[in-house]
Design a protein around this ligand. Structure first.
Ligand SMILES: N[C@@H](CCC(=O)N[C@@H](CS)C(=O)NCC(=O)O)C(=O)O
Length: 221
């Protein structure tokens, strides 16, 4: 049976896992979790994932794994025909991929989440300070891309780090435009040409519509 993915496509880390599964040609059974209706805070879900986040991977034998970065690494190791998306034997490339995955978790995604979570759940508009912090995160990634001069974010081949970074940056662009950063802009334009990018489009549009409408409503109050 296909592994289950508890998910909602409006979520960037969910879309990163969907892109990874597509490139690996792994089928996932999608189990909807409507975060806006607080499905993720129900007792049944909390028993599976005390972190109350999507995505959550669930195998038939009861194995559960939260966090998109961990899930993508697991999918490559467990189901990949090869490990090019997250190589085991190239310790330097793997370390660079890990760096970008941690940069996504600890700087890029979290700075966007610190804006979007209070906005969606408490209807609090972002402060200038929070937008400035997000912009600085974009600037950091721009500088990393400038320093590395590679086609993909961790080198000259596609890796799981690209799925994380692409979904995060395109989503939080609604708060501060990544196009102000030339290396970041060129990188996203390159990634938009890849077939797996298709899986970003519907969820990203849904997310931007929802956040855009909410911000307009709050600004007009
Ligand atoms: N580091 C986690 C972040 C996941 C995350 O924060 N997901 C959001 C949706 S985009 C969520 O489930 N938020 C609900 C909550 O934190 O209660 C990952 O990569 O999976």
């Amino acid at each position: 049976m296909a592994p289950k993915l508890h998910s909602i496509i409006a979520s960037p880390p969910v879309r990163a896992v969907l892109m990874c599964a597509k490139v690996l040609d792994v089928e996932l059974e999608l189990i909807p979790v409507d975060v806006l209706s607080k499905d993720h805070l129900k007792e049944e879900y909390l028993k599976k994932n005390p972190q109350h986040t999507v995505p959550l991977l669930e195998e038939d034998d009861g194995f559960l794994l939260a966090d998109s970065h961990a899930i993508m690494g697991y999918l490559v190791n467990q189901y990949g025909k090869d490990d090019s998306l997250y190589p085991k034997n190239d310790s330097r490339l793997r370390a660079v991929i890990d760096h970008i995955l941690h940069l996504d978790s600890s700087v890029l995604f979290i700075r966007g989440l610190l804006i979007s979570k209070p906005l969606l759940f408490q209807k609090i508009l972002p402060t200038e300070e929070k937008i400035k912090d997000l912009k600085e995160a974009f600037q950091i990634l721009d500088a990393v891309l400038e320093k590395n001069q590679t086609k993909y974010v961790a080198g000259n081949s596609l890796t799981i780090a690209d799925f994380s970074v692409v979904t995060t940056i395109t989503c939080f662009d609604i708060f501060t435009p990544y196009a102000e950063f030339p290396h970041l802009k060129a990188y996203i334009e390159r990634m938009e040409q890849e077939s797996w990018y298709e899986l970003n489009k519907e969820g990203l549009a849904l997310n931007k519509k929802m956040i855009g409408e909410l911000m307009n409503e709050l600004k007009n109050q």
